[in-house]
Design a binder for this molecule. Structure first.
Ligand code: SAM
Length: 217
């Protein structure tokens, strides 16, 4: 792809990113699930995903993800309760996908407000303490013989409901990221290797022209 086309695509994608919508993964440990979740995050416009490291270490990514992890950075947290409180202090509502009595239908939530979707480990689900600390419990209604969905399927279902609501509210029409941050990310996404060198040297990135070429000052 020509640099100019690449830059246009990057600008379009970044202008759709939603810093007030994210996922928090509590010990999701299967690489294919992590990769599939990040791929859905990319498609919906999640700016940054969050995870609490599973006890066995962070899963590696699966090669089939279409390299979504390049475009949706994963922030690692030491423990889930601190991560939830930190989000709440920043004005986010945290919704635990916890299969409990007090869970409401995931479509009843207003995802146009700053929202975190908390997803649980493949086997154990969301921990009771994390669910208790969350602002709400949500569930995708199940009408079959099997009790739960695969975690990446649940993530996608809820994320695309959030996308639907945010699209209807016009939140993809104007960039949700500041102009300064957009410029920085444009350079990093277009020139990933070079941007590392600039960072190491502690130098600011050069301006880009409309063709995606660096403008010398
Ligand atoms: N035994 C676990 C439990 O009771 O939570 C099942 C875990 S499930 C396979 C893994 C994760 O997928 C859950 O923690 C939740 O995040 C998500 N999930 C699965 N089915 C769901 C549903 N119907 N509604 C909401 N989230 C769901």
């Amino acid at each position: 792809m020509m640099k100019k086309d690449r830059l246009e695509k990057i600008r379009r994608v970044l202008s759709h990113r939603q810093p007030t919508l994210t996922v928090l993964l509590e010990e999701v440990h299967k690489p294919h699930n992590l990769s599939a979740i990040l791929r859905s995050c990319d498609a919906v416009g999640v700016f940054e995903a969050h995870a609490v490291q599973p006890r066995g270490g962070l899963p590696t990514y699966n090669a089939t993800s279409g390299s979504a992890e390049k475009w949706v950075p994963l922030q690692i947290h030491r423990d889930v309760l601190t991560a939830i409180s930190d989000f709440q202090a920043k004005g986010f509502k945290v919704y635990a996908t916890h299969l409990s009595e007090r869970a409401s239908d995931y479509r009843e939530v207003d995802y146009t407000q700053p929202s975190v979707i908390l997803l649980g480990a493949e086997k154990w689900g969301v921990s009771q303490q994390a669910a208790d600390l969350s602002d709400g419990n949500i569930i995708i209604p199940m009408m079959g013989m099997v009790q739960s969905l695969n975690v990446s399927v649940a993530a996608a279902t809820i994320l695309f409901e959030a996308q639907r609501q945010r699209k209807a509210a016009g939140m993809y029409q104007t960039p949700q990221i500041s102009e300064l941050e957009l410029k920085k990310l444009e350079f990093e996404w277009l020139y990933p290797e070079l941007s590392k060198i600039y960072l190491e040297k502690g130098e600011g990135y050069p301006e880009l022209d409309e063709e995606g070429m660096m403008v010398s000052s």
